[in-house]
Design a protein around this ligand. Structure first.
Ligand code: FE2
Length: 273
């Protein structure tokens, strides 16, 4: 078995700055510590984009500081709040495509993890949160898929590549979602898709491909179907993901660590006989 830990939408801010009263640094630090304590056998960590709230180097430096004692290899993905150049300044020489996009392949035994870069246009604009996979990123992906037929593939992308019924979030999904999923569906080696961006636990299938969306490590999106806002936030328990690559299945868990059974204050009641 192989196991990876996923964290998305950290939205790191400078010291003393919060989001709806939550401290993004403390949130991520607590979640990472919980995951490492309870999953010391994990093989890899993926940070699935929106690592910073405003794409600033000072915010990425706080992410790096929180990762200081992490013993596992880490993959850094970009989301709509990120700045690729600042990420490379702080996190070092991250793997990129020839065009400079933060896309990479991680092989864990016969499993292939493909992480994509759906950040569109300029590094960060407060008024533009859609994602896109341009022709270069799609061509890179297709080339990797053509060489992955002997692997079991799980694809990670920050933006949701499907409508979920929340109008505000549907408006800022991956622009070319249909084209992207069609490409994945042409390759039977692709078994699952994982996304962030929406700040909710969601699962389903898109054009027949199963997907999972993870909660943020900080603030969450309330379930208000239909017309609403894309920036509503609530302080529901945060979560990280635990993805298991078993012999015959890919299993995706979401662990809401503030209410985890692993913590002493939440020991199960013992029923009287
Ligand atoms: Fe996002």
């Amino acid at each position: 078995m192989k196991k990876i830990l996923t964290f998305t939408d950290l939205h790191m801010r400078d010291e003393g700055q919060t989001i709806i009263g939550l401290d993004p640094y403390r949130q991520f630090q607590d979640g990472l510590a919980h995951a490492l304590e309870n999953h010391s056998d994990a093989d890899h960590v993926i940070l699935m984009g929106d690592l910073a709230n405003s794409g600033k180097t000072s915010e990425y430096e706080r992410v790096r500081k929180a990762l200081a004692d992490c013993p596992l290899p880490v993959t850094f993905m970009a989301g709509n709040h990120d700045n690729r150049e600042n990420m490379r300044v702080v996190f070092g020489d991250l793997p990129t495509t020839d065009q400079g996009h933060l896309q990479r392949v991680v092989d864990l035994g016969s499993n292939r993890i493909i992480t994509l870069d759906s950040l569109d246009g300029p590094p960060f604009r407060n008024d533009f949160h859609n994602g896109v996979l341009c022709e270069h990123r799609l061509a890179w992906l297709e080339n990797v898929l053509q060489n992955s037929t002997d692997k079991r593939v799980c694809v990670f992308i920050h933006h949701g590549a499907f409508k979920i019924g929340l109008d505000g979030l549907d408006a800022i999904r991956l622009c070319n979602d249909t084209e992207f999923i069609r490409l994945l569906r042409r390759y039977p080696c692709v078994e699952h898709l994982c996304c962030g961006h929406i700040h909710r636990s969601i699962s389903g299938s898109a054009q027949g491909l199963g997907f999972t969306v993870f909660k943020s490590t900080c603030h969450q999106m309330p379930l208000i179907l239909g017309a609403g806002y894309d920036s509503m936030s609530v302080a529901e328990p945060a979560a990280y993901g635990v993805v298991l690559f078993l012999d015959d299945a890919i299993i995706v868990h979401s662990e809401d660590w503030p209410v985890s059974i692993h913590d002493a204050q939440h020991q199960p009641d013992v029923l009287p006989e």
